[in-house]
Each structure stands twice: as C-alpha cells, then as structure tokens.
Write a protein that binds this ligand. Sequence first.
Ligand SMILES: *Cc1c(COP(=O)(O)O)cnc(C)c1O
Length: 474
Amino acid sequence: MRYISTRGKAPELGFEDVLLTGLARDGGLYVPKTWPQLTAADLKRLSGLTYAETAFEICRLFTGDAFDDATLKTIMDEVYGSFDHTAVAPLKQLDANLWMMELFHGPTLAFKDYAMQVLGRMFDHVLAKRGEKVTIVGATSGDTGSAAIEACRDRDNIEIFIFFPEGRVSPVQQHQMTTVLAPNVHAIALEGTFDDCQDMVKALFNDADFRDRHNLSAVNSINWARILPQVVYYVTSALAVGATAERPVSFVVPTGNFGNIFAAYAAKQMGLPIDRLVVATNQNDILSRFLSSGEMKLEGVKPSISPSMDIQVSSNFERFLFDLYDRDGAAVTEVLTSFRESGSFAISQGMLEKARAVFDGYRTDEAGTKATIKAVYEETGEITDPHSAVSLGAARQARASGEIGTEMPLISLACAHAAKFPDAVEAATGIRPPLPARLADLLEREERMTVLANDFGIVSSHIAGIVAGKENAA
Ligand SMILES: *Cc1c(COP(=O)(O)O)cnc(C)c1O
C-alpha cells in the first residue's frame, strides 16, 4: 500500500514512513493511494471474528511490509485485550433501530484510546527496528493528551511531552495525565490557553534545528495511523447489526477534527454497506453549516460543555476535500491557502451534491445537549456524556427530518464515558456518574507535572535538558 499527499507535492510513501512522518512535507495529509475492497464474502468471514482479529485483518490491508503478521496480531491482542469490555466497542440498543456504540472502554475512557494505543505500539516497534528514538510533543485541551500519555508510557524509544493549559482542564483529565509516573512521560502545565499550547508545539516544530536534534514527532490525528484503527469499529458494528448491501447502516459521529468520521468514510469507500454519515456538531457548527450551504466560513470558537468538539478548522477535512476535488492536490492547495487568508471558501453546487450524497450535518446547541442527556436518561436509563448527547441530538434531528428513515439501522457514537464530564451530566440528570472501579481513586493519586511559563526559550531548554539527561544516563 502506497500513500499520497493531499497537496500533491510530497513523495509517495509506504506505511512505515507515513507513521513516522505525520504531516507530509508539502503541508498535506497522507491518504491511501487506493482503497482496499471488502467483498460480501470478506464481510461474511469478518463477522465471525473477535474485535482484535478484525482489527488485524483490516489494518494489515494498509500496513504493507511494516509489520509481519505475528507482530501485528500481537499488537492488536495486547491493545484490545486490555480494554474493559470483552466486545471492546459494544452496542447498546436505544430503540427499535437506534444503537449507541460505546467507545469508552479503553484506559482513558474516550474513543481516542482505540487508535492511540495501537499507534504507540506501532511507533515503538518501528523505532526499535530502525534503532531510533523520538521525542513526541503535543498540545491538549484534555482527551488527546491523556490518551497519548497512556499509549506511550514506559515505551523505550519515546519521550513524550504533553502541554495542557494550566488550570483549564477538568480534574479528571488533569489527573489522567499527571498521575502517570513513568519516567518517559512529562506533563507540562503551560501558563496560558489551549491555543498557547498549540502555538508552542508549532514553534518547537518550526525550529528546524531543535526538531532535528530531538527527532520531534507528533501523534495528532493528521497521522494516518490515528485514523486507521478507527475503521475497525465501523466494520464490527455494521456487521453486528447485520448490515448488507440491501439493508445498509448509517452512522452519526460527534465531530471535531473530522478524524473519526473520516474513518467511517474510509470504511464506506472500502465497500462496507454504509448509507448515510451524519456529522454531529455542537454550537461550533462550521461543518454542519458547510454541508447545508457549501460555504466553509470561520467564526470564533465558543467554549461548550462538549469541549473536544470546540474546533473551527477540522484538520482531517482536507482528506475528504481531496476526494471532492477528484484528488487534485494543486486545487486543494489553492482552496486551503485562500481559506487561511480570507477565513472562508465555497465549493460548487456539483461538489456540494457530491458531499451531500455521503454526509449530512446537524448542530445541537448547549440547551439541546443538556435536554438530550436528560431525555435519553428518562427514556432509556442510559447516562450519556455531552459529546455522546450531541451525537444523539443529531440522530433525532436526522430521523425527524426524514433524512434517515425509521427502518434504517442507525448507530450513534458514544465517544467518552460520562464520568469524564460529571458536572454537565449531574446538572442534566441529578446523578453524578462514578468513575469505573479501576480509576475510582484517580483524584487521590500522586501527581507529577511541571508548570512552565509560556516562553519558547524556557520550554525548549526544559525539553532539551531532560532529553540530554536521558542520553547521558544511557
Ligand atoms: C476527540 C473527540 C471528539 C472529536 O473527534 P474528531 O476525530 O476530532 O472528529 C469527539 N468527542 C470526544 C469525546 C473526543 O474526545
């Protein structure tokens, strides 16, 4: 399998290089050159497999010669064997044709574990093979950082530095990062906002000397290896509800960076019987506005009770845009350059129809999110986190508009455990959701973090000092 950049100017790479490179050299994102196809016979065979076996079968279609079969199998067995539900991504039926897919059974209680855990092991394996080490730097507003730390802890060839805005992440999110005491994990509370954290990461990457000296790497969702393992749960859940070409399934995906829903799109391109893909947004609704008007227009980010979706520029949308423009990298470059300059762009009516042939978009505002948490609890007894509620809010709207018929199996993604956002859930239901038993003492565990000023010199010498100390000790 070869990968090409959405900007059309970077070299074609194999999986291993795509994994280590992340962002393409021309500023684009890597996508598979062709989509492997799953026939009806393949799907029938997959429907008899466990989650880890399915993950192996799907991922090996994309990983080329990066791993031998035994290694890839071991990675999947280790990762998904440690999740706290034997189905890994279980479905809960809410009404005759509506299911909620629970994607919070990994170590940090959000769906990012499903790919990040695989990514951490893939990195370590490839680095060991090459005799290299990397320094991973990342910014987080909460979920990504903890998932990345859990995935990279105790890995021999990785030092990981995660920046979060001091005092601006929830206590559960903070403790998930700061109570991991592994010597290669460095949680940094930056005196600033999430944007400052992101700018700091960009500044570290833009310092070519620093980047090369420390072999900097990133684990954000522009990395194709973050998307790939997410394809798996679309396959397992579609098969679980008995989807066939005659009776396809539709999905609703709470969307921020467009990574998760792009994995659904990939599954559809591979021949999985999927009809509609519904983009669920909160009050930061740039994507749902785009899908109704054809215009992508930036507005300021408005903080919400579903913070992991408080995003304006969805980095992975570029991967879909590349297909909309018939894989013309020059056209994608042009449209995104003008978007960066002017804050908006519009596609043609024909392209909008092409996009709408696959995607719908629905927005659920703050009041709607709270009302959905309450209504779902009263009607089904299920306690949902605000992100999952935004998804269910979109599911209801898609049904009410007739866009999704009531006879169509519909799966709405639950991307975080309610206990990660206890205040919003308690306000809507009167119930404070407890953490799972294995994390019950999380808030009492010993924390380790470094508070640093939002200053490039201070931050870069902090990192350099730690990495140099490790090298001297080795
Ligand atoms: C990251 C995240 C999202 C957004 O997913 P994208 O892949 O960025 O679209 C939604 N909900 C939760 C709980 C998340 O952690």
